[in-house]
Design a protein around this ligand. Sequence first.
Ligand code: DAK
Length: 262
Amino acid sequence: MEFVLYEQKGQYAVITISREKALNALNSQVLDELNAVLDQVDLAEVRCLILTGAGPKSFVAGADIGEMSTLTKAEGEAFGKKGNDVFRKLETFPIPVIAAVNGFALGGGCEIAMSCDIRICSENALFGQPEVGLGITPGFGGTQRLARLVGPGMAKQLIYTARNIKADEAYRIGLVNAVYPAEELMGAAEKMAAGIAKNAPIAVRNCKKAINEGLDAATMDEAIVIEEKLFGDCFETEDQRYGMEFFLDKNKEKVKEPFKNK
Ligand code: DAK
């Protein structure tokens, strides 16, 4: 692959969008490669993903404006679908995805970060949806995910004004969970990924599904049923039996064994 790097580090893996000369902007090839790399993740081994951008300056500076500038209506729709399909794949990917936002996260960059489960960023990160300044709407789910993450009032303000916000403001409005000095960002992301990876994988996957599907349910009654089923699904697994036996066996000398994903 030319623009997407994949590195497995034990039970987690790092996906890096690497098109530094265009600040990692998303063109069709990057979207195709991201799609392909997700298909290649070894889900028997890998329990958490980190998504980041290459270089010190940019996570993803948006969809590729050069490529978009000449699109017809039909091509624009097809480009939007390609992006939306990949972003939705990330959002519903069976294992958690952490966005380590290392700089610009504008337009499609902010949108891809919002498709991840968790966002942490460096102090130099800059978030925004500048699309209305370019004559378009956010096209990779920005109107929907930003409103769900920070509330409709704040999302509308950010989208209508096309104002970019710095890391501290992104943290204050709940768009990111934590801000780190740039040199500490990947270490923090990897520590979080390793922490997630050591928990019972079937339970973690089911939590992701329960939260995502529950939020999309029409009523709390339906949402609770989704949780009940995914809770039930954890029982009779080796990991559930072992996790509970370990707790009930009050032997303080025992060291907890890794969960087996079974
Ligand atoms: N696309 C293409 N190239 C980009 C780019 C982008 N989004 N962002 C930066 N680059 C390129 C620059 O053109 C420049 O290339 P060269 O001139 O060196 O060849 C190189 O990256 C370095 O950028 P700068 O020289 O501009 O670097 P600065 O540090 O001065 O400025 C910047 C960095 C991020 C502030 C600036 O580059 C900038 O404003 N970039 C554009 C940011 C932006 O507006 N992003 C949002 C794009 S719109 C839809 C589907 C998708 C979308 C919408 C609809 N449907 C189909 C419905 C999504 C839209 C977007 O994401």
